[in-house]
Design a protein around this ligand. Structure first.
Ligand code: SF4
Length: 348
């Protein structure tokens, strides 16, 4: 990760009007942050946190209600389609469901060829470039004539990655890029993304509901709750010393080899409140185990807790680090016995 700024987001807001109603969904509600060149920035939160909308705002798939998105110092939040076209090439997206994001009637060669043609790339060496892209994502170039349904889920996501890379972007936004895949192929695709990012010097924004997915790959983490940033900081700091109770709950919900996986909703209790009528004061107060009177009345500011580590909680200094991931020896032995028995095909 470098300190060179790639993108600056200022007080970005996206509200959606509900059809046939005066209600408004507060999907993203005034977020500000920077994205640095060559970094992997994870945007984490439960469903309803606004993370997918934020990703789409960054690549201008949806128009912001207000706020600014600066790319190399230029505000791109209101640029016309014509002026956005050359910039779109610089920022690409990988979608959650590779099957629905690929046209089933187009072969891989046609899909990648179309992306190259739109931007006038590799005019005289298109076949070679397509073969190069497929090799880059670990697919045999001889499969270029096949159609999406002839590939596995993991292979389809590799095709989606090849399509994003085909226009030589500087930044990729991955919207839950592995959550639709089998657990067995998730690690392969994550490793591929990490490898490609390092080799090509890309900036990567990874949107996910699962902190475990970015535990070892993110440089920095943004935690979103109901359209607001509640914590932002270096990945190590956020994981070892979270400064917001919500982040702490997400960390406790990440799977590890010794605990059964639990969702954040199970640990916190209740669902994320409706973004149509967010709670007063701190939006997290209806679920927060540390909430006190002031929390429903005054909205906490996003404040610096240590250099480049900010959180929005009136009692940030009281957040206890998540318990050690080290299990007690007896529990460790019991879990080990269960795992061994499972591998031996026994039921315990
Ligand atoms: Fe919890 Fe209050 Fe902190 Fe919000 S401000 S996270 S409700 S303690």
């Amino acid at each position: 990760m470098s300190d060179m700024l790639f993108m600056n987001v200022h007080d970005l807001v996206k509200h959606f009007k509900v059809a046939n109603s005066s209600d408004v969904v507060h999907a993203v509600d005034g977020v500000s942050f920077s994205i640095y060149r060559n970094e992997t920035l994870a945007v984490v939160g439960e469903s309803g946190s606004g993370k997918t909308t934020l990703g789409r705002l960054l690549i201008r798939l949806v128009e912001p209600t207000s706020g600014a998105i600066e790319l190399d110092g230029q505000d791109i939040s209101n640029l016309s389609d014509a002026r956005m076209k050359p910039l779109r090439r610089r920022i690409q997206m990988i979608f959650q469901d590779p099957y629905s994001s690929l046209d089933p009637r187009m072969s891989v060669e046609q899909t990648l060829g179309e992306a190259l043609a739109i931007h006038g790339l590799a005019k005289h060496s298109r076949k070679e470039r397509i073969a190069e892209l497929l090799t880059l994502v670990g697919l045999d170039p001889s499969l270029a004539g096949r159609f999406p349904h002839q590939f596995s889920g993991g292979q389809r996501q590799r095709i989606g990655i090849a399509r994003a890379l085909s226009v030589e972007p500087e930044m990729i936004v991955g919207d839950e890029p592995v959550s639709a895949l089998d657990v067995s192929v998730r690690a392969q695709v994550l490793n591929l993304l990490s490898d490609i990012r390092a080799r090509l010097g890309l900036t990567f924004v990874m949107i996910t509901h699962d902190l475990g997915v970015v535990r070892h790959s993110a440089d920095r983490i943004i935690v979103l709750y109901l359209g607001k940033i509640v914590e932002i900081g270096a990945a190590d700091d956020v994981f070892t010393q979270p400064r917001h109770p919500y982040t702490r709950a997400l960390i406790k919900a990440t799977p590890d080899p010794f605990r059964l996986r639990r969702e954040a909703t199970e640990i916190l209790g209740g669902e994320v409140p409706s973004p149509i009528a967010p709670p007063s004061g701190c939006r997290f107060h209806t679920r927060c185990p540390m909430a006190r009177d002031i929390c429903s009345k005054e909205e906490p500011a996003l404040e610096t807790r240590k250099p480049r580590h900010l959180s929005a909680c009136h009692f940030a200094h009281e957040v206890v680090p998540p318990i050690s991931q080290e299990p007690p020896p007896r529990l460790y032995q019991q879990r080990l016995d269960i795992i061994r028995a499972a591998y031996a095909g026994k039921d315990t």
